[in-house]
Design a protein around this ligand. Sequence first.
Ligand SMILES: Cc1cc2nc3c(=O)[nH]c(=O)nc-3n(C[C@H](O)[C@H](O)[C@H](O)COP(=O)(O)OP(=O)(O)OC[C@H]3O[C@@H](n4cnc5c(N)ncnc54)[C@H](O)[C@@H]3O)c2cc1C
Ligand SMILES: NC(=O)c1ccc[n+]([C@@H]2O[C@H](COP(=O)([O-])OP(=O)(O)OC[C@H]3O[C@@H](n4cnc5c(N)ncnc54)[C@H](O)[C@@H]3O)[C@@H](O)[C@H]2O)c1
Length: 330
Amino acid sequence: MSKAPIAIIGAGIAGLSAAEALQTAGEAVQLFDKSRGPGGRMSSKRSEAGSLDLGAQYFTARDRRFSETVQRWQAQGWVDSWSPNLYQARSGQLSPSTDEQVRWVGVPRMSAIARGLIGDTPATYACRITDVFRGEAFWTLVDADGTSHGPFSQVIIALPAPQASALLATAPKLAAVAASVPMEPTWSVAVAFASPLETRVEACFVQDDALDWLARHRSKPGRDDRLDTWVLHGTSAWSRQHLDLPKEAVIEQLVGAFAELIDCVVPETTFTLAHRWLYARPAQTHEWGALADADLGLYACGDWCLSGRVEGAWLSGQEAARRLLEQQQR
Ligand SMILES: Cc1cc2nc3c(=O)[nH]c(=O)nc-3n(C[C@H](O)[C@H](O)[C@H](O)COP(=O)(O)OP(=O)(O)OC[C@H]3O[C@@H](n4cnc5c(N)ncnc54)[C@H](O)[C@@H]3O)c2cc1C
Ligand SMILES: NC(=O)c1ccc[n+]([C@@H]2O[C@H](COP(=O)([O-])OP(=O)(O)OC[C@H]3O[C@@H](n4cnc5c(N)ncnc54)[C@H](O)[C@@H]3O)[C@@H](O)[C@H]2O)c1
């Protein structure tokens, strides 16, 4: 009889990283995600204004293994570097803030990386896992419709910490660690103008009550440039305070803050959209790599186990796979 596959819950960059490492080692995996496709916080949303990156805006590669991987992604045509006219804003004052940092984006949209990575890996979408339990030898997953999936030899939970904690009940120590990680929300708004704004600004780190970041979408490689579309992010504190504000009010306030900050006339908008990320970033970084109960065969990974960034999520997926493979060789 062939061996049962490994279940990976969450097809964000952490889950995809683990899946790739395990498949490279000859293991069979099966991914599950509650969304309609892979990518999680690195996905892009289709809209009248083209495909928009509302979550991760770009990423940096500081770890050697991740740098080498990103070079490979570039060779495959999934990513390119992005060098916007970078600004910062302090106390409402805009100033150029050029630097030498290499910043990467998926092309022609952020979700290209997840699409590339998933290849023909078996994946079940629109499937929210609500329970994970172990029988005598194998694991079974249960989804929100009550359907069971399995048997699986091991399980990797690659979700934001609060969602991971809920599925880690079989390993109370891991559940407690995940439950100890608060994650901060981010309101993300896209706003488009029919004619380009007369500004040199293409991206800006903002220190403000409401705004944290703004980026001109068309300045990224390969993007649709029919409209001049901007992505605005609220700060964690502002987003937390305005968590339940209706989307129209969120758009009004963040676009208002943008209009006050930017150094040009802001005309009527032709398109707006708001998206709330409930678990956008961990409140702190950690150095756990991944969590493991190797005897049980249960693992957890995600950005919250490391740096709270794309790089940290990818590295955490690698670490979960490494620990699982190490245990198998014992
Ligand atoms: C607004 C915003 C801006 C950001 N900007 C940057 C940036 O510029 N640079 C950077 O490096 N990082 C940035 N980040 C952080 C970066 O996106 C994350 O660190 C990274 O994408 C996390 O990957 P992950 O795989 O750990 O989690 P996720 O991407 O969250 O993947 C988890 C997956 O699990 C699925 N899921 C959840 N619950 C269940 C369930 N019960 N059953 C099945 N599936 C489930 C979700 O649908 C999701 O696809 C940003 C994040 C946000 C939200
Ligand atoms: N909104 C969210 O939910 C969320 C979640 C995770 C990460 N992020 C963002 O993702 C980015 C990823 O971080 P990274 O370390 O890979 O990238 P990075 O090195 O470009 O940025 C790190 C931080 O350094 C500062 N910084 C960097 N370059 C600057 C410049 N030229 N001028 C002024 N300030 C500058 C900014 O405060 C920035 O947030 C960060 O900006 C972080 O805030 C956002």
